[in-house]
Design a protein around this ligand. Structure first.
Ligand code: NI
Ligand code: MN
Length: 226
């Protein structure tokens, strides 16, 4: 399992030959080193309907024929935009895809769609594949039942630290203590001034105060889950 960060909450997860993009926000993402037109994916996974996560879903899905995995409300909205390949799931539910098992988990946030439509509940994403477990928290505040997600035994947790819209560094540190992943990687910071943070200062606290190994990604870098 390999993870490439495109800034914000946008990740390419590569499992074997399968490319999965979580929250495909490229063309309006000031950090993204590539354009939506260059993205190759077999699956697009959406944590919620906000523009900085839904991103370029329609554009990429139309060109690549990728299947979109999201909650039922977002999938229904995308179908009304003419996208045919969708796989609706909902919170707490998982499905065995060819690449592995993907479950939507709870997140404490909103999920309205760009035209104001109801986007259902926001989600986190738990992917189990190749004997590894990856948790992408989506946009969320801190919640106590992160401890239940942690009971799954996480190899990597991708956590927002930007504050303002999501957990800030303090709460993201508390999240690490609940989730207890082997590795924690910060995201959803530095995209705009409003969510500017020092990821290295956060990583230092994770290193000092928890048993988790922090890792700060460079934009465009690929991390191999060992
Ligand atoms: Ni959001
Ligand atoms: Mn967001």
């Amino acid at each position: 399992m390999k993870l490439t960060w495109y800034g914000h909450s946008t990740w390419q997860v590569t499992i074997g030959e399968v490319g999965i993009v979580i929250d495909p926000f490229f063309n309006h993402n000031p950090l993204a080193p590539i354009k939506a037109e260059e993205v190759e994916a077999q699956y697009l996974v959406l944590t919620h309907g906000h523009g900085d996560h839904l991103g370029d879903t329609a554009l990429i899905a139309r060109r690549t024929d990728a299947t979109v995995i999201a909650n039922a409300e977002i999938c229904g909205w995308l179908q009304r935009q003419g996208l045919e390949r969708v796989h609706p799931q909902h919170l707490g539910g998982g499905f065995h895809y060819p690449f592995g098992y993907l479950k939507l988990t709870i997140a404490v946030h909103g999920s309205s769609l760009p035209d104001g439509s109801y986007g259902g509940m926001p989600a986190g994403v738990l992917i189990s594949a190749e004997g590894k477990k990856l948790y992408h928290a989506g946009d969320t505040g801190l919640f106590a039942s992160m401890a239940l997600i942690g009971e799954e035994g996480l190899d990597v947790a991708l956590l927002p630290i930007g504050d303002n819209y999501t957990m800030g560094p303090e709460d993201a540190l508390r999240a690490v203590k609940l989730l207890r992943p082997k590795v924690a990687i910060p995201m959803h910071y530095g995209t705009w001034d409003l969510i500017a943070q020092d990821p290295h200062a956060w990583a230092e606290r994770v290193r000092r105060e928890t048993d988790t190994q922090p890792y700060v990604m460079q934009v465009g870098e690929t991390y191999t889950v060992l």
